[in-house]
Design a protein around this ligand. Structure first.
Ligand code: 8GT
Ligand code: MG
Length: 315
């Protein structure tokens, strides 16, 4: 909900065919001057965020936006103003970008974004820009390692770039052995593997990151890994989401959105409640529970980064 003292801003994460993202440098004399930004600007009276986005991108870059969908919404309080940054993905556009106000512009590969200095509000936007829209959870009720390996191959062969190794039924030493194998397998293929395991142990491995259960999340008072590794967390309500935000978690998974056979007793949130919860935190949040890749579009329009699933990516 915006109020009169909150400045509503539309900004675009514009991606080219090579997967690079367009950033621009703010002039020295303006608010947050000399920092890099995602192009965009303030809504004019009567405009929707989407209309403002198209207008600003045309004015600032001479690009025609063809297609957009929501990426993330951030609320941030600077000492001198409060902003609502309404950030959109722009994967289709017409034209060649030009810094129409003389501002320097650059195409940057997503993983290089953290090297550029953005305004403080932008940290979760940079994270969202680097994350894919599918998060596969590798698990199997039987706890059979051969099944888990075969599922890993199937997931990776679909082009999924972010995987959580859950494997809840494995004993700790079997989990650790599978993690070692899966890490090598994923690293060689450019896939990010997050380990759903004790964060202390994960910090001593070379894993790309950790995925915290809600229980582990709530026991932590700070981020368990350095900034160069990923920290994800499972959440079910606002309290857990807010705690994740407070301790500097990079991405959350909010569940269950729809009814699911793995958690028959849990009451589904539904998309409306999901969107209300996501809108109250500055975090990329994946939707989980009864979903498949076919739900990515609806998930995005309810504020999600994308869809997380166990069985949804195996069909
Ligand atoms: N466009 C844009 N603005 C951002 C980002 N991050 C961020 O904190 N902001 C803040 O959002 C506010 C609006 O940005 P803006 O200066 O682009 O607005 P505008 O294009 O309408 O500028 P104008 O009033 O000079 O025409 C500023 O306070 C700016 O500091 C970002 O990544 N992109
Ligand atoms: Mg602007």
């Amino acid at each position: 909900m915006s109020d009169c003292s909150e400045l509503h801003v539309a900004a675009g994460v514009i991606r080219n065919d090579r997967g690079e993202i367009l950033i621009a440098k703010r002039p020295a004399h303006v608010h947050q001057g000399d920092l890099w930004e995602f192009p965009g600007g303030k809504l004019e009276p009567g405009e929707t965020a989407r209309e403002a986005l198209s207008r600003e991108i045309y004015e600032e870059l001479n690009l025609k936006v063809i297609d957009t969908s929501p990426l993330i919404r951030i609320r941030h309080t600077y000492p001198e103003r409060r902003v609502l940054l309404d950030v959109w993905r722009v994967d289709r556009f017409d034209g060649t970008p030009v810094g129409m106000q003389g501002q320097p512009i650059r195409w940057v590969s997503p993983d290089d974004l953290p090297r550029f200095v953005f305004p403080a509000a932008n940290r979760p936007i940079v994270t969202a820009a680097r994350l894919p829209d599918r998060y596969a959870i590798l698990d199997d009720e039987s706890g059979d390692e051969a099944v888990l390996r075969e599922r890993l191959y199937r997931i990776v062969s679909q082009g999924i770039e972010l995987i959580q190794l859950r494997a809840r039924r494995l004993a700790v030493h079997r989990y650790e052995a599978l993690a070692e194998f899966a890490e090598d397998y994923c690293r060689a293929r450019g896939v990010t593997l997050l380990l759903n395991a004790d964060p202390e142990w994960v910090s001593r491995t070379s894993a790309a990151g950790v995925h915290l259960t809600a229980e582990r999340l709530m026991r932590l008072n700070g981020r368990p890994l350095e900034q160069d590794r990923w920290v994800a967390a499972s959440c079910h309500d606002l309290r857990e989401l807010r705690h994740a935000e407070r301790i500097g978690v990079d991405l959350a998974v909010l569940a269950p959105v729809l009814p699911t056979p793995t958690h028959p007793a849990a009451k589904p949130l539904g998309w409306k409640r999901f969107a209300e919860l996501v809108d109250q935190v500055n975090l990329p949040v994946f939707a989980l529970g009864g979903l498949s890749p076919a739900d990515i579009e609806v998930a995005r329009w309810h504020g999600a980064q994308g869809v997380a699933a166990i069985r949804g990516f195996l069909r």
